[in-house]
Design a binder for this molecule. Structure first.
Ligand SMILES: NC(=O)c1ccc[n+]([C@@H]2O[C@H](COP(=O)([O-])OP(=O)(O)OC[C@H]3O[C@@H](n4cnc5c(N)ncnc54)[C@H](OP(=O)(O)O)[C@@H]3O)[C@@H](O)[C@H]2O)c1
Length: 209
């Protein structure tokens, strides 16, 4: 996650990666850092707004040439004309509370819809995501936000590291997207694993205590 000094990951909910880059949220080193993590992960978890803001899944293969599984949480589904449906190089899983409308053609290749039962526990979406990835043999999973999705995963206690880029700007906007949406019942504590910087950006690797 790349956050401003005051902890925002976007100045508004639909902010694109390109706009964020222009505003100084990121630089080439930060982008390369993200790509390096994608190269070494088995899966990426994100919310549908982040997927849409980023223009679909990031076309970065892993070191063996395969692609990580991209798991998106969405109850409304992804519009059928979105580039997501053309990105069949990657496994793309959609996690929802009821079955989604999946196109009945080649666009559905490598797409899987995982439906969770929201009446069981408040953590049902998180457990559905994590258990499905674990069953498929995934070990290293990136949580790519945004703030609401991050809160769900911290709340369920399944996050063990935070790889954070602190960007040299203050946002302080009412419609800004925070690193973690408000509403966590307990404090989350970290210890510092590694820190370095590039120009005005600081790269911090924390482990959850
Ligand atoms: N700076 C960074 O490092 C960084 C990283 C990530 C994101 N961002 C930015 O953050 C912004 C988006 O963040 P956001 O917090 O507004 O949105 P988000 O977390 O990416 O996505 C929210 C969406 O997730 C889905 N969702 C939420 N709870 C769900 C549940 N229980 N079950 C199924 N689906 C669920 C819903 O999708 P549906 O509406 O489709 O049902 C909801 O609208 C974008 O501007 C993005 O670029 C920045």
């Amino acid at each position: 996650m790349a956050a401003s000094i005051d902890g925002y990951v976007a100045t508004h909910p639909d902010q694109t990666d390109a706009e964020r880059h222009q505003q100084g949220f990121s630089n080439e080193a930060d982008w390369q850092n993200l790509l390096r993590h994608i190269r070494t992960c088995d899966a990426v978890i994100l919310g549908s707004s982040t997927l849409k803001a980023g223009g679909g899944v990031i076309e970065q293969s892993r070191e063996d040439g395969s692609y990580p599984t991209w798991l998106t949480l969405t109850n409304r589904g992804i519009p059928h004309d979105h580039i997501f449906w053309k990105q069949s190089y990657a496994e793309r899983w959609l996690v929802s509370s009821s079955p989604l409308e999946i196109p009945d053609d080649s666009r559905a290749e490598k797409v899987r819809n995982i439906v969770y039962d929201e009446t069981t526990t408040v953590h049902a979406p998180v457990l559905a995501a994590v258990n499905s990835l674990r069953d498929a043999g995934c070990r290293r999973v990136l949580l790519l936000g945004g703030g609401g999705i991050n809160r769900m995963f911290y709340d369920a206690g399944v996050v063990d590291e935070l790889i954070l880029t602190v960007c040299p700007l203050l946002v302080a906007r009412e419609d800004g997207v925070p690193l973690v949406q408000t509403g966590l019942p307990d404090l989350v504590h970290f210890h510092l694993h590694h820190v370095c910087s590039d120009k005005d950006l600081v790269f911090i690797h924390y482990k959850v205590k």
